[in-house]
Design a protein around this ligand. Structure first.
Ligand code: C5P
Length: 223
């Protein structure tokens, strides 16, 4: 078969990561989590104590960080920031609270978009984010936009965080998700929205496997 690119976009907690990972495994494709890249830049900004409104310094950080993905022996993709594995650190509530402020900065997006296009240049990737179908890979052969009710998304994200050992309440997670969606959808550059040629899948009440099967059925005719 041929190697196409598959774009998976949608709001926080819609299940994009789980679905994109399973789909990439099933197809033998490379999985790219673009949210992890924005989170890594945010982590660096927090460590450097940069003000989240300081566009100039946020851009400088995005331009200067070294980001790399590596697959470990258990098949999980790890993200490295300047040579250090930060896969756990980028998932803290503190990073989640600040990431939308970093990702709205044009200079930050310019750098991340460039890196993401390089990762997709050879085809054969499942790339997950907010603007993959609209901006990063507008030529992607297949585009999906996953949604679910905000309550269901918050429930899933809350369960995930508790499982990882973070003491957060459902109400806090709901608020964080709603706030991020608001900022991500209304920013000037590359806002969260479905590409005109994306298939929208409402995942409310579906398991990750059901979503993967739905997407795989569409893809199988095309590769
Ligand atoms: O996917 P995840 O929830 O980890 O993404 C974290 C944040 O990164 C999003 O809320 C959004 O602000 C930003 N992001 C983005 N564009 C992408 C992926 C993520 O702006 N393609």
């Amino acid at each position: 078969g041929r190697f196409v690119n598959i774009a998976i976009d949608g709001p926080a907690g819609a299940g994009k990561s789980t679905v994109a990972k399973l789909l990439a495994e099933k197809l033998g494709y490379i999985y790219v989590d673009t949210g992890a890249m924005y989170r890594a830049v945010t982590l660096q900004a927090l460590m450097d104590k940069i003000d989240m409104g300081d566009e100039k310094n946020l851009t400088r950080i995005a331009e200067s960080v070294d980001l790399a993905f590596k697959v470990d022996e258990t098949g999980n993709t790890r993200i490295f920031l300047n040579g250090f594995d930060v896969s756990q650190q980028i998932r803290t509530p503190e990073v989640s609270r600040n990431v939308s402020l970093v990702s709205r900065v044009p200079g930050v997006r310019r750098k991340m978009t460039r890196l993401q296009r390089e990762l997709g240049a050879a085809g054969g990737v499942v790339m997950e984010g907010r603007d993959i179908g609209t901006q990063v890979l507008p030529e992607a052969e297949m585009k999906f936009f996953l949604t679910a009710s905000v309550e269901e998304r918050a429930r899933r994200r809350h369960a995930e965080l508790i499982q990882r050992g973070f003491a957060v309440s459902y109400a806090e997670v709901l608020e964080d998700i709603a706030r991020r969606d608001e900022i991500d959808s209304h920013r000037a550059l590359a806002p969260l929205k479905p590409a005109s040629d994306a298939e929208i899948i409402d995942c409310t009440g579906m398991t990750a496997q059901q979503v993967v099967d739905t997407i795989a059925a569409r893809v199988s005719g095309r590769i």
